[in-house]
Design a protein around this ligand. Sequence first.
Ligand SMILES: NC(=O)c1ccc[n+]([C@@H]2O[C@H](COP(=O)([O-])OP(=O)(O)OC[C@H]3O[C@@H](n4cnc5c(N)ncnc54)[C@H](OP(=O)(O)O)[C@@H]3O)[C@@H](O)[C@H]2O)c1
Length: 311
Amino acid sequence: MLQRSARDEYDGGVTVCEFCRRRVSARVVGAGSLTENGQDADLGEKMRLGLIGATGWLGTALGTRLLQGGWPEGEMILMNRSAPRDIYAAWPGVRWAADAGDLCQGADVVVLSVRPEDFPLPGFDGAGKLVISFMTGWSLDRLAALCPGARIVRAMPNGGASTGQSFTPWVAGPGLSEVEAALVTHLLAATGDVAQVADEGALDYLSALSGSGSAYPALMAQAMLDHARAQGLPKDIAQRAVGSVRASGAALAGQVAGVGDLLDTYRGYAGITAAGLTAADKAGFGAAVAAALDAAGAQAARMTRDGVGGK
Ligand SMILES: NC(=O)c1ccc[n+]([C@@H]2O[C@H](COP(=O)([O-])OP(=O)(O)OC[C@H]3O[C@@H](n4cnc5c(N)ncnc54)[C@H](OP(=O)(O)O)[C@@H]3O)[C@@H](O)[C@H]2O)c1
């Protein structure tokens, strides 16, 4: 299902900052142009990023992390609904657009980080641009119909974005060049791990899986808290105990390939935890997780097919 896992490709000391400054895009993927018609051959020199929804949860994560990583201030145009915010005060060279039309006119790459129901914005014109959307319910086809001649990318970051710990799958519509694909990867890598996937079906599925962020760990924490409280444990003790379980779980990040072995080890002790794991298996723990992912994946697919609010 996954086509390309790109984070490693850009690790090894090459950060987004260095990418921008050293214009390594051409060296990474071979000399080429950002657009199909040959404009902007030097991405680092000319490429302007427009970020719509720059002060939202995700827009803030992307915008500030790119700037912290060295994205040139003069090559970022921001927009929100309310007004410029202090969160970008450290980068006085960024430009705040008057409206979506102003932003689109100045930007080569436009990131859509608004809620699906707030789109399309008055004046928005993605024609001919590289458009990267975080919105659910706006399919590649629906976005392409709004943006003639644009290359469209849909990406689905998760709750780890603000700390650089997102896993962000993305999918491209027709016409994306290799240079643009490398650029998309570099932009998204500001918030964590990045992988290009084959089609929107894979993106929908991953919207249900990695897109859920801390939802399922939170569900398990709640179940443990409820159980501990039902046993008569004081709230403070229960919360601290469950907190330590969550912390142990977080330590598994990056070692997921080894979870099967870890569970085998627990089972091998044939002790307290093994008894619990056996009971959880019998009670349908795996089936409950599968049912959750099935339902969430189906909902994501429905939203891609039908749009949000029928748009
Ligand atoms: N949060 C996640 O974990 C996550 C994960 C994957 C995908 N997504 C998707 O990413 C998108 C952004 O999510 P979010 O959580 O960052 O949303 P959010 O916190 O609600 O932020 C929305 C942003 O859009 C701006 N905005 C709203 N209406 C606007 C308008 N008419 N013109 C210009 N800007 C406008 C808001 O400006 P103000 O600040 O001025 O109101 C704000 O900056 C959504 O489509 C969401 O579904 C989110």
